[in-house]
Design a protein around this ligand. Structure first.
Ligand code: ADP
Ligand code: MG
Ligand code: ZN
Length: 190
């Protein structure tokens, strides 16, 4: 039977990595083997761990691109892998789409976890394409940094805009906000 692809998406602080960690625990409780990857670009917390904002963590392989992920997984072929998790998937190249399709065809479940929109409200294409081919999509929300409602679906940049949609950072640069607050905050700035 083919594996299933699940996308877990949302703004920063929406509990995406926490959801990944819970799912890893569920597989491991069932004595299933999981492999966790994250792109090398994201070194906010730790080199070989996936760490949530609340401090929970699990071991992960750092990969520089989709090719490296494919190769690393190939090297584990001896052992049966039940699920592959990829955190911060929006930082990977579009080659990950075909790599993920190939993994599913090997009867392995795949969980792609990432931000769906940049702080400019542009879709991250890699995340969007993965959502399109997913069996299931979980769209997470955060608590709005501005009004405190549990309806934040956007990431707002608190410091000056930079070139491009990607600029790695944490709470010092980004907060999660609801659509209403995003509009108000953006208007204030111009
Ligand atoms: P993500 O991977 O989506 O960035 P994490 O799973 O790493 O999110 O972190 C979620 C945790 O972040 C929550 O359990 C909570 O402790 C903390 N947190 C900090 N700010 C917020 C917020 N604005 N909304 C929700 N959780 C927040
Ligand atoms: Mg995360
Ligand atoms: Zn708000």
């Amino acid at each position: 039977m083919s594996g299933k692809l699940t996308s877990i998406v949302g703004p920063m602080y929406s509990g995406k990595t926490s959801a990944l960690l819970s799912l890893v625990e569920i597989y491991e409780l069932g004595r299933k083997k999981v492999v966790v990857f994250k792109p090398e670009i994201d070194q906010r917390y730790s080199a070989e761990f996936v760490v949530s904002h609340s401090g929970m963590k699990t071991r992960a392989f750092l990969v520089k691109d989709s090719d490296a992920l494919k190769k690393r997984l190939g090297q584990l072929n001896g052992s049966i892998v039940h699920a592959v998790f990829i955190d911060e998937v929006h930082f990977l190249d579009e080659g990950i789409i075909d790599v993920v399709k190939g993994i599913i065809d090997q009867n392995i479940d795949v969980f792609c976890v990432g931000i769906d929109m940049s702080y400019r409200q542009n879709p991250f294409l890699v995340t969007a394409q993965l959502m399109a081919i997913s069996d299931e999509i979980v769209k997470k929300r955060a608590v709005c940094h501005n009004c405190g409602e549990y309806n934040a679906v956007l990431t707002y940049r608190t410091t000056d805009e930079v070139e491009g949609d990607i600029d790695v950072g944490g709470m010092e640069k980004y907060v999660a906000v609801c659509r209403d607050c995003y509009r108000v905050l953006t208007r204030k700035r111009v």
